[in-house]
Write a protein that binds this ligand. Structure first.
Ligand SMILES: *Cc1c(COP(=O)(O)O)cnc(C)c1O
Length: 397
């Protein structure tokens, strides 16, 4: 049996499959442009790129390659493994590892020259002991100024800074903290965290300091210190609750119409019959579902969130919004295209789920979540297509 399998032929057919159901276009030009905007907004501070979680779901290797080419030399990842996988694409960048600082990651940090961000006194002691035993290796120190998540206390940080001998083997190249409420520029916690962090940054004379993520950059120069750490802003998501994002959409997710059906007023659509059609309707049945990160909570009806946020999501097709009808299912979603001219939509056409025309954050709002979660939920089934800086778009579509 096995020798009958035409493996190469199957692989070739998969690679050239034009009947795929969903497409994700990532505009690396827009990504680089957003990073440059963040650099400009960061004033005198250097601007890093946060590329954890596969660059927020968009593909860390192409994202880092483009950012590195543009001159970005500071990267933040969540896990050591993420950092190690990126090293060959960013040979001279400083790569900071923000979590998972458990004993066992020493080897990978050394092999890939990653900078661990130590986030408790226990971690400082363990890493210092390791460095005394093996060799000095730069680290960063995370200080908790109000988030109560990761970081040593301000008091412990000041003690560490004041200790002239510093624990041998403790060689910080960065002190950092994270703002809990920067998406709300009027929140009093911002100024309180700033004041605490400033004491630490001053105490660590000669060591670089970093406080601001995307939303923190918008709080102004006081928050910038030496290095800013934007993530979501690079990917075109909204960081602050107020005002428009001046940045460009980077990711466009689209699904294809598998079939177009007519249904009569009074009929229902999808599981649970949660929507009853008020008119004769045309329905575009599309190849997308919650397994692709088109979250079930964007359903037009039949999910508890509709009691809180009135409308579900809409797709975008031919310059018009087409609302989701009934429940999103694992692989299939129905959109109402009754209001589009009958000859304007065909089987095989793409409907935009979010991206250039349908703002990511509007869809996130309909799902009761934030753009971050939509991006990092994108599944594996999209045909991915990268628009590279200084090159014509190529590939499929
Ligand atoms: C994720 C993260 C960032 C980036 O945050 P954005 O809001 O996406 O800009 C920065 N710093 C830390 C510590 C983070 O965990």
């Amino acid at each position: 049996m096995a020798e009958l399998l035409k493996v190469d032929e199957i692989d070739g057919a998969i690679a050239s499959d034009d009947g795929y159901g969903a497409r994700l276009t990532v505009d690396l030009d827009a990504l680089v442009s957003n990073w440059r905007s963040c650099c400009a907004m960061s004033g005198n501070a250097r601007c890093a790129a946060v590329v954890k979680a596969d660059a927020y779901g968009l593909g860390a290797v192409p994202a880092v390659s483009a950012l590195y080419e543009a001159g970005c030399r500071d990267l933040f990842v969540a896990t050591a493994r993420e950092g190690a996988e990126l090293r060959r694409h960013a040979p001279n960048a400083r790569i900071y590892v923000m979590n998972c600082m458990l004993p066992g990651i020493e080897t990978i940090c050394r092999a890939a020259e990653l900078v661990p961000v130590l986030a408790s006194m226990e971690q400082v002691a363990w890493w210092s002991a390791h460095c005394i035993e093996v060799n000095d290796h730069p680290c960063a120190l995370q200080v908790d100024t109000g988030m109560n998540r990761l970081g040593v206390t301000v008091e412990d940080a000041l003690d560490l800074a004041g200790d002239v001998s510093r624990p041998a083997g403790f060689v910080p190249v960065l002190v950092m903290s994270h703002l809990a409420s920067s998406d709300d520029p009027d929140h009093p916690q911002n100024a309180a965290q700033l004041e605490r962090f400033r004491r630490v940054a001053d105490a660590f004379d000669g060591v670089e300091a970093s406080l601001a993520a995307s939303a923190g950059i918008l709080l102004g120069p006081d928050y910038h210190f030496d290095l800013t750490r934007p993530g979501i802003a690079l990917y075109g998501g909204r960081a602050a609750n107020r005002g428009d994002t001046p940045l460009l959409a980077v990711a466009t997710a689209e699904a294809r119409i598998m079939t177009i059906r007519q249904a009569r007023a009074g009929e229902t659509v999808s599981y649970g019959a949660t929507v009853e059609l008020s008119r004769d309707s045309r329905i575009a049945v599309c190849s997308i579902g919650y397994a692709d990160g088109y979250l079930r909570s964007v359903s037009g009806s039949g999910v508890p969130l509709r009691d809180v946020v009135g409308n579900g999501a809409s797709g975008w097709i031919n310059g018009q919004a087409a609302p989701v009808l009934g429940r999103v299912t694992m692989d299939i979603t129905a959109f109402d295209i009754t209001d589009l001219p009958a000859d304007s939509v065909s089987v095989g056409d793409f409907i935009e789920l979010f991206g250039l025309n349908m703002p990511l954050d509007d869809v996130a709002h309909a799902a009761g979540t934030i753009g971050y979660e939509l991006l990092t939920s994108l599944g594996k089934r999209y045909r991915r297509h990268y628009i590279r800086p200084q090159s014509e778009s190529s590939g499929h579509g």
